[in-house]
Design a protein around this ligand. Sequence first.
Ligand SMILES: [Zn+2]
Length: 348
Amino acid sequence: MDTELSVGRPLVGHDWAVAHLIDVATPDPGPAWSRLRHAYLLTGARHIGRSTLAGQLAGALLCREPTGTACGVCADCTSFAGGNHPDFLLVDPTTTDGEPDRDGGVLRAEQADAVLHFTVMKPFQSRFRVVLIRELQRATPAFANHLLKTFEEPPAAALLLATATNTSAILPTLVSRCQTLKLRPSSRDTLRTALQTRWGAEPERADLLSRLAQGRMGWAVLQLEDARMWQRRDRNRALATDLAASSIPERLARADALAVRSSPAQLQEQVDFWLWWWRDVWLIQHDLADGCVNVDCEDELESLAARVRATDVTAFLQRLERAIQQMRANVNGRLVMTSLMIHMPMAA
Ligand SMILES: [Zn+2]
């Protein structure tokens, strides 16, 4: 599901970005779209809504009756929603076998060549040729260099859209050629209300997901739609409880096993889970339980909070923060895991 663009998925929040993109996609009284830049970069956490928003802009510009948004019923809108519009190209990072993989793959030189070929051709049926490149932070130097010229002087009808988690790993000359829109996490209330009213979630589930989602609507919706995501959280939860009661050698063996079978993205997800888990333990130890996110695990968290030293938890939270930074900077996952296992608070 993640390798396609879900056209028409409702976008929650990011009102300023939506309004801005509707404005630039609205035709001027004259012939040109004078406010439209030729390249946009949408940044923010995974599942925050970057692709959905980029899809809305692409749809609005491919639509036969452009009014700033897509009409949803014309032939162009229909073929775009069906994933076969001839003037739209979606480019995702791929594995060495060419399989799309947004977490573990990279953007390769041959994909940049495909973008070049696509953009030099005149539109077949719309006014624009639109390319959406996802996870631009995963571009190889060859990909970025091949595309630099296109970003600099794109053909008149070409519109380049890109998403990225952040701009720090992207060639600065590429970033400077785009208008960057930075999407921020949505509020817990926004998420909770949308989960109930638009996705029909039960109030209790909506409340839990809105706490866990850290402002990422797409993440919360994934949990509702894909049971495997929820099972993964259950496993993470069980592992966190187990590890707190394990000896250092047992933990190191687990760290090795985890590092071997997990992708970098899965290790990051694991560390992310620990951060929120141990933050909840810390909150309970400081009589701030109202701020907890894992509200369905109250008993486990309270028991843990009673059996670990508060100073150890504080120090471990700092280590987790650092570990997240290190993993973003591609520090070896096994090293990071090993260090975390040694310093994880030990339950008495
Ligand atoms: Zn249309």
